[in-house]
Each structure stands twice: as structure tokens, then as C-alpha cells.
Ligand binder design. Structure first.
Ligand code: ADP
Length: 676
């Protein structure tokens, strides 16, 4: 699942990256297009400038050439050669291609002496007077006619003259110029009048006014600024808005390059401009764009393809994963069901705890063992097992270190003691950290073990006791006999008599032990006698009643009526009951209450006899040892009373257990009823 999440995240990131790349590519494309346009426009204008310069040079060169021709005529004259019409016609032939209309020799009054080409204008005298006849010069005859006079004095009274039709002359150089597909050149003179323009009606007009007249509502601010620079003789490039281009009338943004034309032998400057609409550049840019967008498109397409591929493979992968998850889930469900069945069907108590020792889950066996329903869930296991806080803390600590804890312990449930073998195991299932507990009820095994040990102990003690008793009994009889004899002959007040009395007392104590031992050895008798428990008890109580009264012990009895007969010898059972009553008396230290009850338990088909006293009780750690032969806490005790009693009860198939009450001890005897 984590992997799928990570994969999805990756896809989202890739998708976002593609979007970002596309957006960046788009803006980059726009930016680069703008930059490209700027660069191409600059380059285009650079080319237009070259064209303008070329035109300017051609005009300058043509005029220079014509002037040189005039100077060469003067040279001929200075060398005394006559100027004939044929010579002038030869000159005319050479210069007519440069836009020279007429060639002639005139006198200083302007009278034509010889001419070639068109007729010369007659009134040139004022021109010569104005300029003086010192060297070659260039003169505009009139503004309107745009006739240029190129003159060179030959002698004091003769002048060689070329007349140039400015329009024709300039047209010859400018008309052929093409910038891009539709771009053209135009020329203005030093006063801002169009010398040449593809729109014929502009020719001879003031450029500023002509534009304004054509479109009075439109602002020609940009071109006017540029034109002023042209009139100043500057060279440069720029852009301007216009409402026409040649004969085409619409809004145009135009690119322009301009350069001055320096006319020879005068300070007059014309200016040539080459202009073209921006669309010319757009065509170039479109070609570049096309390449650029093709590349960009290819990259985007590749990115989209990659994205699509990733998407499809992710879909396929997630489908596969889903199928796999469904299959695994099914397997898991089955195995979980099997596990549940196993756990629920187990006789062992199986339950889990959280790391704080609280019950998370429990199987049926656990719930029925504690005779509780689900309310034990959430309970502290220490509380459930009646353990001290320290003990449960110690177990949890061991588990937190990853150790498994295995222990045998007792537990009291509904006033009944059980032995459990409990195993605590830390479970580390990735995120799940729990404690698994499996407890097995080993009460029966324990009891069997206990019985075996006691039976073995008793068997060996019995053999030993019989031998020892036999060997000691006779010498003891002799000791007591001789002691009595000596006492008869000794005065009662003497020290010797007292000493003999002590010997007798201890010897009698020994004899008592020996008799008990013999009883113990004899206990292995026939296990098939029948006794009435209530009758045995009543008979016994009649005998010990007085002693109990003397010791301030109240007797409370609760004997069940119609109690069935049990298997056992009445005398032996009385011996057992007497042992228990004597022990209770000893424990109560001359004051207390003794409760004796009998009842029939139909479930176990046993008679239960309980002796409950209000004495000192038995220390918990000693409970297990009280049935051991010779275990006693009394100064003068033999430690045989309970072991003999145990032997007797066992012989008749019964049990005898001891419980500590809040105050005092309780002994419970169960004896199987004598079946008919
Ligand atoms: P003895 O009475 O000679 O000591 P028992 O076998 O009868 O030998 O008892 C063993 C020990 O069990 C006693 O010494 C005493 O410590 C303990 N005991 C038996 N019965 C009781 C009782 N009712 N209350 C307290 N302690 C008892």
C-alpha cells in the first residue's frame, strides 16, 4: 500500500513537473519570440541601412562623376583645345545615364553657346553672379522644378554646365531599391521636401505636411522625430507607425533606416530613407518560429508521451496490485479464520496484552476460566492474577527487553485455587507491539505431583517409623520402668526426685512420638470401611468439649442432615478430626472460635468437612510444607499430626487442603461417599 502511495505521489510530481515545464516553455517561447523579433528587426534595419548607404553613395558618386566630367572639359579648354558640339555630345552620352539632362557651354550672361541633350535653360546668369566663377559648383535652380545646376567656369566668360532633373536623377538610383518584398526607399532634400517617393503625389511636397494632409487625424510623431534627425544629417534606424505603405492603405508599423547624402561642392545634405513594414520581418520570424515551435512541440509531445506511458503503466501496475492485494486478503482472511478457530477452540487460556499490561483480547477458555464476559478486556493482568504491582511491573520490564517469561503460579478464582503455567511472549509485528500470553491449567498435574511426593514421603516414613518404633519402644519401656522404680525409693521433696520426674516426662514424650509413628505405619490398611462423619464428629466433640471449654474456645457446628456415609474407618477419621481440632486449639492460644461444618457436594459426590478457626493462621510460604512429616512450628510438636491425617484421608480416596482466611486457617476434607 505504501508503495502505491509513493508511486502515486511520484506520478503527481511528474505531472506537476510536466505542467511547470510546459508553462516555462510557453513563457520562454513568448520571451524568445519577442527577443528574436527584436534581433531580426535590428538585423533587418541593419540591412536597410546598408541599402540606404548604397543609394547615398551612388548619388554622391554620380554627382562627383558628373563634376569630374565638367572639370575635364575645363582641362581641355585650358590646354587650348576647341570645344566642339561633337565633344559635348560625347560627354552627354557618357553622363546621360547618370541622370544628366543637358550639357552645354554658356557665357556668363547665361546665353547657350554649344549644347547637347535637351535645351539648356536660358536664364542662368543670376546663378553665375551669385556663385562667382571661381571653381565648380552645384546649384538648385528652383525649389519647385527641382533642377540642379552643375557648373564649372572654363574661361573668364565661359561656363560648362550640366543640368540635372533631380527627380529623374534620384529616381534612377532609388526606384530600384527593394527592402524585403515590399520595402522601398525615399529621399528628402535639405528642406524636408520629398525628392523621391513611390507615392507620386508626395513628390515635391513638404514631407511633414504631406503626411498630415493625407491623414490629419493620425499622429506621425515617430516619423516626424526621425525626419528631423534626417534633416540634421544623422544616420540611424527606427520604427514608426503609418497608415499606408506604397499604394496599400492600412495601419502599418514600419522599420526604417536612414542616412545622409552629402552633395559635392556644397554643404547641402539630402537624406535617404529605406523603409519596410514589420510584416517583412514577421515572415522571417515565422520561419524561425516554425523551427522553434516544432522543436518545442516535439519536446512537449515527448513529455506528454512519457506522462501517458507512466499513467498507463501505473494503472496497469495498480490493477495488478489490487488483484494481488485481494488475493492476499482472501488468504489472510482464511488463515485468520483458521487461527480464530484454533484459538477459540483451545483449552489453554490465550490472551493478548498491550505494552502497559492491559488485556486486549481473550479466547473463550480465558473468559470462562475467570467466569467473566468481555468486561475483563481492558483490565490489568496483574489485577486479574491477583499479583502485586511490583511483580507485574517486573514481568513487563522483562518483556520490554524482548525476553519471554515462563512461570508456574497459583491463582484463586471463585475461592478455588488453581495452578497455571503461563508464558508471556512479546509480539513485534511491525507497527503492532503486543504481548501474547498462553496459560495452561496444571492444577491436576500439580495435585498429582503433590500426592506422589507425599505418598512417597509417607511410604518411606512408614517403613522407617515401623523399624525405629520397634527398636525404641522396648528401651523406652525399660527407661520408664526403671525411672518409676527409682522414684518410688526417692523422697518426693529431694532434687533427685525432680530430676527423675523430668526424665520420665521426656521419656513419655518420646513414647508418644513412637506411638504416633506406629499409628502412621499402620495407616496403610484397608480402604473399604464405611463411616458416618456426623456421628464420628459428635462422638469426638463429646470427648474434647471439656478441654475446649477450659481453653475458652467456642465451638460452632453446622452438620448437614442426611449426610451420606463415606468410605473410611471411624476411629481413624476421629484421629484425623482430633488432630485438626488440637491444631486449631494450639493456634488460638486459649481464646477463639472453631466452626465445624459438614455438607454433601452432589457434583463431586463427596462429603466436605470444614474446620475453620480464628487462630494465628499459617504463613503463606509454609502452607506447602505443613503436610510434610516432622514439619512443626511448635516447641513440643512432633510434626506428624497432619502427615498422618493426610495419609488416612488419601487412603479413602479423599483430599485434605488448607486455606488461610483473613483471620485463622481453614482445613477442608473431602471424602468420597460410600456407593452402595
Ligand atoms: P504439630 O501439631 O505436632 O506441630 P502437625 O503436623 O499437626 O504437627 O502440624 C504441623 C504444623 O502445622 C504445626 O506445627 C503448625 O505450625 C501448623 N498448623 C497446623 N494446623 C494449624 C492451624 N489450625 N492453625 C495454625 N497452624 C497450624
Amino acid at each position: 500500500m505504501k508503495f502505491v502511495m509513493r508511486r502515486k505521489g511520484l506520478l503527481v510530481i511528474i505531472g506537476l513537473c510536466i505542467c511547470v515545464v510546459l508553462i516555462v516553455a510557453f513563457f520562454f517561447g513568448l520571451y524568445s519570440a519577442r527577443e528574436l523579433k527584436k534581433i531580426v528587426s535590428e538585423q533587418f534595419n541593419g540591412q536597410q541601412l546598408i541599402l540606404a548607404r548604397q543609394v547615398a553613395h551612388e548619388i554622391e558618386n554620380s554627382l562627383n562623376y558628373a563634376m569630374q566630367e565638367l572639370v575635364s572639359i575645363r582641362y581641355i579648354v585650358q590646354h587650348g583645345m576647341p570645344i566642339s558640339k561633337a565633344l559635348l555630345e560625347g560627354v552627354y552620352e557618357r553622363v546621360r545615364g547618370k541622370g544628366i539632362d543637358s550639357v552645354g557651354i554658356v557665357d556668363i550672361n547665361g546665353k547657350t553657346l554649344i549644347s547637347a541633350g535637351r535645351d539648356l535653360i536660358k536664364d542662368l546668369s543670376s546663378v553665375f553672379q551669385k556663385k562667382g566663377l571661381t571653381g565648380p559648383f552645384l546649384h538648385f535652380l528652383t525649389k519647385k522644378k527641382q533642377i540642379l545646376v552643375l557648373a564649372c567656369p572654363l574661361t573668364e566668360d565661359k561656363v560648362a554646365v550640366f543640368l540635372v532633373d533631380v527627380y529623374k536623377f534620384v529616381k534612377g538610383h532609388v526606384d530600384k531599391i527593394r527592402s524585403g518584398k515590399t520595402g522601398y526607399a525615399w529621399v528628402i532634400d535639405q528642406n524636408g521636401y520629398f525628392i523621391f517617393h513611390p507615392i507620386k503625389k508626395f513628390i515635391g511636397k513638404d514631407a511633414f505636411k504631406a503626411r498630415h494632409e493625407e491623414a490629419p487625424y493620425f499622429s506621425f510623431k515617430e516619423i516626424n522625430i526621425l525626419q528631423k534627425k534626417m534633416l540634421n544629417g544623422e544616420e540611424g534606424t527606427g520604427e514608426y507607425a503609418s497608415l499606408w505603405h506604397g499604394e496599400t492603405k492600412k495601419y502599418f508599423n514600419k522599420l526604417i533606416a536612414y542616412t545622409p547624402v552629402h552633395l559635392p561642392y556644397t554643404s547641402t545634405i539630402w537624406s535617404v530613407a529605406v523603409c519596410a513594414p514589420e510584416q517583412e520581418v514577421d515572415a522571417v520570424i515565422h520561419r524561425a518560429y516554425l523551427r522553434h515551435f516544432f522543436l518545442q512541440g516535439a519536446v512537449i509531445f515527448a513529455l506528454l508521451l512519457i506522462g501517458l506511458f507512466l499513467l498507463i503503466s501505473e494503472r496497469r501496475f495498480s490493477d495488478l496490485l489490487k488483484e494481488e492485494v485481494a488475493r492476499k486478503t482472501e488468504i489472510l482472511k482464511k488463515s485468520e479464520k483458521r487461527r480464530r478457530l484454533l484459538i477459540e477452540g483451545a483449552d489453554d487460556l490465550i490472551f493478548t496484552l498491550d505494552l502497559n499490561g492491559r488485556l486486549i483480547s481473550a479466547n473463550k477458555a480465558t473468559l470462562s476460566f475467570f467466569s467473566k464476559d468481555k468486561e475483563i478486556l481492558g483490565m490489568d493482568f496483574g489485577v486479574l492474577f491477583h499479583w502485586s504491582e511490583q511483580q507485574s511491573k517486573r514481568i513487563l520490564e522483562q518483556l520490554s527487553r524482548g525476553q519471554t517469561v515462563n512461570m508456574e503460579h497459583t491463582i484463586e478464582v471463585n475461592s478455588q485455587k488453581y495452578w497455571l503455567n503461563t508464558k508471556f511472549m512479546p509480539l513485534n509485528l511491525g507497527d503492532i507491539k503486543e504481548i501474547l500470553c498462553i496459560a495452561r491449567d496444571i492444577t491436576e498435574i500439580k495435585q498429582a505431583e503433590e500426592q506422589l511426593v507425599n505418598a512417597e514421603k509417607l511410604a518411606s516414613i512408614g517403613t522407617l517409623a515401623a523399624g525405629v518404633a520397634h527398636e525404641i519402644n522396648n528401651p523406652l519401656g525399660i527407661i520408664i520402668g526403671f525411672c518409676n522404680l527409682l522414684m518410688e525409693n526417692t523422697p518426693k521433696e529431694s532434687q533427685s526426685y525432680k530430676d527423675l520426674k523430668t526424665i520420665e516426662k521426656h521419656a513419655l514424650h518420646c513414647k508418644n512420638i513412637v506411638e504416633n509413628l506406629l499409628n502412621f505405619a499402620r495407616a496403610k490398611g484397608d480402604g473399604y470401611k464405611i463411616a458416618d462423619v456426623n456421628k464420628s464428629l459428635e462422638g469426638l466433640l463429646n470427648i474434647v468439649k471439656h478441654t475446649l471449654e477450659v481453653n475458652n474456645i467456642e465451638i460452632h457446628t453446622d452438620f448437614a442432615k442426611n449426610l451420606p456415609l463415606v468410605r473410611g474407618d471411624e476411629q481413624e477419621l476421629q484421629q484425623v478430626f482430633l488432630n485438626l481440632i488440637t491444631n486449631a486449639m494450639d493456634a488460638m492460644d486459649s481464646k477463639g472460635r472453631l466452626f465445624i461444618s459438614t455438607k454433601f457436594n452432589p457434583d463431586t459426590r463427596c462429603v466436605e468437612i470444614s474446620f475453620q478457626d480464628t487462630g494465628c493462621g499459617i504463613r503463606e510460604e509454609l502452607i506447602e510444607r505443613i503436610f510434610d512429616p516432622f514439619f512443626t512450628t511448635k516447641e513440643k510438636g512432633t510434626g506428624l499430626g497432619l502427615s498422618i491425617s493426610y495419609g488416612v484421608i488419601k487412603k479413602y480416596g479423599g483430599t485434605i487442603i488448607c486455606k488461610n482466611q483473613k483471620k485463622g486457617a481453614t482445613f477442608i476434607i473431602t471424602l468420597p461417599i460410600a456407593e452402595k
